[in-house]
Design a protein around this ligand. Structure first.
Ligand code: ZN
Length: 390
């Protein structure tokens, strides 16, 4: 196997607080990194770097772990630009939100759905994302949820069954019947292609008992739970997630003190999705209260064609800092190590010996520039398991 030395790294973010400046980001200045067989085999100060078969001089640039985007909805067809325009212009718009996407997704061929996921994953890669979670949830039938997950699996192992996104249109007057379908035949068809089970626990979607039923059935089928919770208003989603052993509760926009306590004591990651609030002109979650309570915070894109059609983790970081008052270091950590925690992964989201060699060379001297220079293309090159992918 060939070893490659990446040297002349002006600032290396490791996310290992025992390294470098011993901060949460474990920053090493004037650093080097050696990779072999897709993994990190050495990292430290440049002066003490070992000899390798090949060398790449990054010219003093900052290097960070690849972003871990732990929440996205990429399997869909069509877009909702008209609906977006109507919303931001304050015009009434009667088409059916998620249902518009469900109809388009059901009508699309496998090839078209797969091509759309490929396009979006490529867009993410070019913005520094090296691990992505992808949900189903625009099929809402046994066949369409199952094929959505099979398509997602072509791109990532982090696939999530979200048959319980909204009640399928055919069951408009029979939510209980739909939950039976989701927890029965749909789950059975979806489970072979999924690692996670998710539910949108919110007024207008699924209530606490329905959410419990979905997560319980998913667990019995070998999937691990995660939840969409407390996005549009206060509600039981976070508490249900904590009670059911979810890896993460996502959105967390409207939390009570009790919700924050529950997240903290259950060790459930709070995944914040600030591009949603940006895109829908909604109030942001209280990241500082979560951090003060010791909750692990992740940042993710929530890329979807309705409420948030952006795949940009750098934008997510800039919003977390500007709008949610996270420090640049907190936002950097949450977009990498936080996402890894939300996916219960210890091989990504940090750079240390044995970790996957997933990293980004920035066109900047410091990670701080991701928040300091919003909207600027700062991703110079992206490596996944040691191979350049963008
Ligand atoms: Zn979502």
């Amino acid at each position: 196997m060939t070893s490659v030395l990446f040297t002349n790294i002006g600032e290396l973010t490791t996310n290992d607080s025992t390294l470098g400046d011993q901060s949460v980001l474990g920053l090493i200045h004037d650093a080097a990194l050696v990779i072999e067989g897709g993994r990190v085999v050495w990292l430290g100060e440049r002066n003490s770097a070992p000899v390798a078969d090949e060398a790449v001089d990054v010219g003093g640039a900052a290097v960070i772990p690849g972003f871990v985007d732990s929440h996205s909805h990429l399997v869909f067809a069509g877009d909702r630009a008209e609906e977006f325009a109507a919303r931001v212009e304050g015009r009434p718009y009667s088409a059916g939100g998620i249902r518009t996407t469900v109809s388009a997704t059901r009508a699309a061929t496998d090839e078209a759905l797969s091509a759309n996921v490929a396009r979006l994953v490529n867009e993410m890669t070019r913005q520094g994302t090296t691990t992505v979670e992808i949900k189903s949830g625009y099929g809402l039938s046994v066949a369409d949820e199952s094929r959505s997950l099979a398509i997602a699996r072509q791109f990532t192992d982090e696939t999530t069954f979200l048959g319980a996104h909204v009640v399928a249109p055919e069951f408009a007057d029979d939510a209980a019947g739909y939950v039976e379908l989701v927890t029965g035949p749909m789950l059975e068809a979806a489970a072979p292609h999924a690692r996670w089970v998710d539910v949108f626990c919110e007024q207008g979607a699924f209530d606490a008992d329905q959410a419990r039923a979905v997560l319980r059935a998913g667990k019995a089928a070998g999937l691990q739970p995660r939840v969409h919770a407390n996005q549009l208003g206060p509600g039981p989603g976070v508490q249900v997630g904590c009670e059911m052993g979810a890896a993460a509760a996502d959105h967390c926009t409207h939390l009570s003190a009790g919700d924050i306590d529950a997240l903290s004591s259950a060790g459930v990651v709070a995944t914040l999705l600030p591009i949603v609030e940006f895109s829908t002109r909604s109030p942001y979650p209280d990241a500082c209260a979560l951090l003060a309570a010791g909750v692990t915070v992740a940042l993710a894109s929530d890329c979807n064609p309705g409420s948030c059609y952006s795949s940009s983790m750098p934008l997510c970081i800039a919003l977390a800092v500007r709008e949610m008052r996270m420090t640049p270091a907190e936002a950097m950590w949450s977009a990498t190590a936080g996402g890894a925690a939300a996916l219960r992964r210890d091989d990504v989201g940090h750079l240390g010996v044995g970790a996957k060699a997933d990293f980004v060379v920035l066109a900047a001297p410091s990670y701080v520039h991701l928040a300091y220079r919003p909207g600027v293309p700062l991703i110079a090159s992206v490596y996944a398991q040691g191979c350049v992918v963008a």
